[in-house]
Design a protein around this ligand. Sequence first.
Ligand code: URA
Length: 219
Amino acid sequence: MAAVAAAADLSLIAYGDQVAGCERCALAKTRTQVVFGSGSPTADLMFVGEAPGFHEDKQGVPFVGAAGQLLSKLLAGIGMSRDDVYIGNTLKCRPPGNRDPQPEEIQACESHLFRQIELIQPKLVATLGNFATKLLSGRPNGITQVHGRPQQVTLGGNEVTLYPIFHPAAALYTPRMLAVLEEDFRRIPELLGRSLEIPQPEPEPIQAPLAQPVQLGLF
Ligand code: URA
């Protein structure tokens, strides 16, 4: 298993090196760097977001800003961490001013995502928001309509379960949306064929009983 993981890691690193110089669309002129993806190269669960933002473009890692922090918290809520999953995006380069991805950019970038999925071979691909959902489902239905509804699709030559959920950025300031996202996250372990491991709060440190003052009886 370790050998399989090492080989998968090498193939993914090699592909990432190749994509680092991509000039397939105009975003190559404005980006700081390509944000390829991060996490386990053999993850059963892969998240696909929209596109890097300001912080991701600077650091070269997806979901490191406020939406990324919420994603990490949602994962922790189901007993998982970023190291257990793979995180990528529909676009690998930041659109200027964080504007929406354009159809020609999505088209230029899509084979990078399909190749990533082919190399990682996840069982479950959770699409975050409209852009990833529409691209990977091949359907025009928006996220409000399809969130929380798993569907079987063939991606990167493999049968995978596609699980559309809201983008964490949409839940940052809207408690109602956060509740929906949390609810949809709670189904992830079951979709992976695992039981939900709700993290237990750290036990309170045990306080040693205060030492009784020693009566020396000297006076
Ligand atoms: N939003 C995304 O969709 N992707 C990121 O990497 C960061 C924020």
